[in-house]
Design a protein around this ligand. Structure first.
Ligand SMILES: C[S@@+](CC[C@H](N)C(=O)[O-])C[C@H]1O[C@@H](n2cnc3c(N)ncnc32)[C@H](O)[C@@H]1O
Length: 214
């Protein structure tokens, strides 16, 4: 992932936002030390933003598509009230096992339920409503995830879709690969969907914030 913001500006923003909890810091550092794909972790700044949105909508139920090692799921769990829940979908047993080890070390971890398997199948079997739905998994399914998410969303809920700037690749025409094309199609679809309002927030790799029109 190519940083879109100057690193010193990113660091400044991070240092003037809600800091990450000690357990999230430990998880992020362990992920960075043991995995080559650690760039997938949303990190402290976007994590603080996810927590802010969760609390602004007064969320009780969160659905996440793409657990990885559990960093963003922990962000949501920490921001939820005591009786809040996070259902998080992951296809890779190995990263899910690491996430479970860290969830067990956090008081918020008991709010998190990992569903192993293809996320589309998990979503089809779920009953809504969810107050926050965070989409952060395989990009070629983004449009499918968005369509399902709209069915599962509570009336006041928010859909958050990550990596929608895709290191700036979204500017390229024709799209250089299938994943870029899928993200471009998602961005076009949401921008012209009369049922919703959206803002593409230029945090980290781009986060699309979507809610139903009242
Ligand atoms: C970008 S990472 C998620 C990062 C995580 N939200 C965080 O901030 O730490 C995407 C994850 O989606 C998972 N994934 C990919 N395809 C999937 C699918 N079809 N169903 C469920 N999970 C999938 C990958 O294994 C990977 O762990």
């Amino acid at each position: 992932m190519k940083p879109l913001l100057a690193p010193d500006i990113e660091a400044y923003a991070q240092h003037h936002s809600q800091p990450e909890s000690p357990i999230r810091r430990a998880l992020r550092e362990a992920t960075e030390q043991t995995r080559e794909d650690a760039v997938m972790v949303v990190g402290p700044l976007e994590g603080a933003f996810l927590q802010m949105v969760t609390q602004l909508v007064g969320a009780r139920r969160v659905l996440e598509i793409g657990t990885y090692t559990g960093y963003s799921a922990l962000c949501f769990a920490e921001a939820l009230p005591e009786d809040g829940t996070v259902i998080t979908c992951e296809i890779d047993e190995e990263v899910a096992a690491m996430a479970r080890r860290y969830f067990a070390q956090s008081p918020a971890g008991r709010k998190i339920d990992i569903r192993l398997g293809p996320a589309l199948e998990t979503m089809r079997a779920l009953t809504g409503p969810f107050d926050v739905i965070f989409i952060d998994a395989d990009k070629t399914n983004y449009l499918n995830y968005y369509r399902h998410a709209l069915h599962l969303l509570s009336p006041h809920g928010v859909i958050l879709i990550d990596n929608v700037l895709w290191s700036g690749e979204v500017l390229k025409q024709p799209p250089p690969d299938e994943r870029t094309a899928a993200i471009q199609e998602l961005n076009r679809t949401v921008a012209s969907d009369p049922r919703v309002t959206a803002v593409l927030v230029t945090i980290r790799d781009g986060l699309l914030v979507v809610r139903r029109k009242p």
